[in-house]
Design a protein around this ligand. Sequence first.
Ligand code: SF4
Length: 228
Amino acid sequence: MRIAEIFQSIQGEGFLTGAESVFVRASGCNLRCWYCDTPYASWSPEGEDLAVDEIVQRVESFAARHVVLTGGEPMLFPEAKPLSERLRERQLHVTIETAGTRYQPVACDLMSISPKRGNSTPRGAARARWADRHDRSRHAPAVIRRLVAEYDYQLKFVIEEASDCLDVEAYLKELPEINRRRVMLMPQGTEPADLASKSAWLEPYCRAHGLGFCPRRQIEWFGARRGT
Ligand code: SF4
């Protein structure tokens, strides 16, 4: 399984914000979001091929009891299932971060799904090469239905502008099995000032509409730095 990085940090997003966690970042993604903040695991995948045993050993060399299998898109890799099982056998709490386009019967305590909407489609020079492929793959309602039926879950949507909130409402209407209390909106951005200006209108919107607000604390704590 190609791995871009394994490191310990603090979870900055979602229900487990603040939890000391080991992050295992799979390298490779079937999507190409223009705003991707881990291009070294999507647009230009880097890393080394590691066996499941080697990954488990490296995770165990850290002290944290939470493990986050992230990417890129970890659900692309057939090793995700045995890896998740092995980590749970060791009494570790496993979160899987996915865009929700591929299903695998992984073992996990929290399925953290970030569906990619029309505001993620590649722009500029990359558009010609990737936009169609990205848009054909990004929306997989059958996969989302299965993930939310089988796992404890949270959904995080990336919001660039106010109209994106209406798009999330349309999505929740299409998939009424999603529990609104498990849905969070997250400002797009990797600069604290940009996040702060979007948060100024997004947080009140979430409060008024019964949705969670997800501020991306890791940027506030560490900046947009690799390995955090
Ligand atoms: S799905 Fe995630 S990893 Fe893949 S391109 Fe989009 S933001 Fe990057």
